[in-house]
Design a protein around this ligand. Sequence first.
Ligand SMILES: [Ca+2]
Length: 477
Amino acid sequence: MSGARTLVGLALLVLVGTLTASTGIAARPNVLLISIDDMNDWITPFHDPARGKPVIAGSSLQALASEGVAFLNAHTPVPLCRPTRASIVTGLYPRNNRHYIAQYSTWRDAFSDITTLTQHFRQHGYVALGGGKIFPPLADPERHWDVYLPFDRPADQKRMPGRKLNAIPEMDGFDWGAVEYDYDEMSDVRIAEWAIGALKDDHDRPFFLGVGFHLPHLPWYLPSVYLDRYPLDSVELPMVRADDLDDVPPEGRRIAWMGPRGEPADYERSDHRRVLMAGEWKRAIQAYSAASTFIDGLVGRILDTLRQGPHADNTIVVVFADNGWHFGEKQRWRKMTLWEESTRVPLVLSHPKKLPRGRTVESAVSLVDLYPTLVELADLPPPRHDMDGRSLLPLLEDDGADADRFAMTTLRGGNVAIRNAKWRYIRYAKGGAELYDHEEDRMEHTNLLAFPNAERHAERVAYFNRLIDRYHPAPER
Ligand SMILES: [Ca+2]
């Protein structure tokens, strides 16, 4: 009897094996990856009350998080559009200044020997469809995608020649206000419509669908109906301490005040002073909040299409932002710093069968972890090159198991931050360092290395320096 049962079992195994082999590619999960530009951690469910007042309604991100996993301590490898994307598609941190510049400008040459994320999926039978500001934003879309819909903003959404909507006099794209676009002509809407069409289609192969939204990147031009959702008199300002830079090294202050292309500046010429002088602080937060909620709505439309369509049961969803944004914290506006405002990003992952529902993860993770995570979720072999990123899946078994888990952020070569579950350590190439205890100080107001008793952190600082030295040559001191 048991022998017969074994034989039947063997026959079943052979049958299942044959079916799996013949349908293996088709059975692989699809990937829907949505990248949002410059969306900081004010949006729900990522908003942290300990990090200040402004809250942005993110009902679609919240709904997705309830269906999957929200990473509450996720960080960008580089707080800038293009190098971040280079890190995501290679699974590599920028190594040194040369590598970083290469990622920024000529990354075709820098990565000619590396199989990028979508190339890897394509080599394993996927069709890769990309639209909008995705990987990489400018160069070589044919390397990454079978089909690519370029990111093409209408001229008036870029910058309006000779016209400025806010009260800051300079004509430099640092602008926000109401522009009565037709909904259908907004470029992010067109990208969303394209993605919705792709999700409704049948595909004879599994798909990797990459969708890149531009808003809430500057300028924040939106129809007034979106701005009206955040009435000015109810807009709250972030928690900003006037003396916050007093305990920051000179290089940190320089970075806080520098212009959008790294122009040297002091407080007198800083964005923060320009915003205050023009009385634009609340209007900026209003417009940014409106832009973020607008994009959250487009993400929701895409996700609803997926939920109602033929691919609902077998699609991995990833939604993330490429970096955060300052609104005056440490007298800084924009990104391109090594502080929490700039590095922390929303990140959600879901799959109805492969991932738990409604889970949150508090371990520090990086966007470089996405490549190995997606490869593992899709049961693909790893690429040939060694990645710096580490799969996020073990954190779903035990969030606290890996005490050494960290996220590194690099800014122009040798300026590096390390974030782990409790600490942020920053080391500047020209000297100077900061250490913040996130259990006590979520706003990073108190640099523990600026106190006379900083020596008590020496062992911890040495540990972080060793981590940084693994990726970056030690700065000349
Ligand atoms: Ca401070």
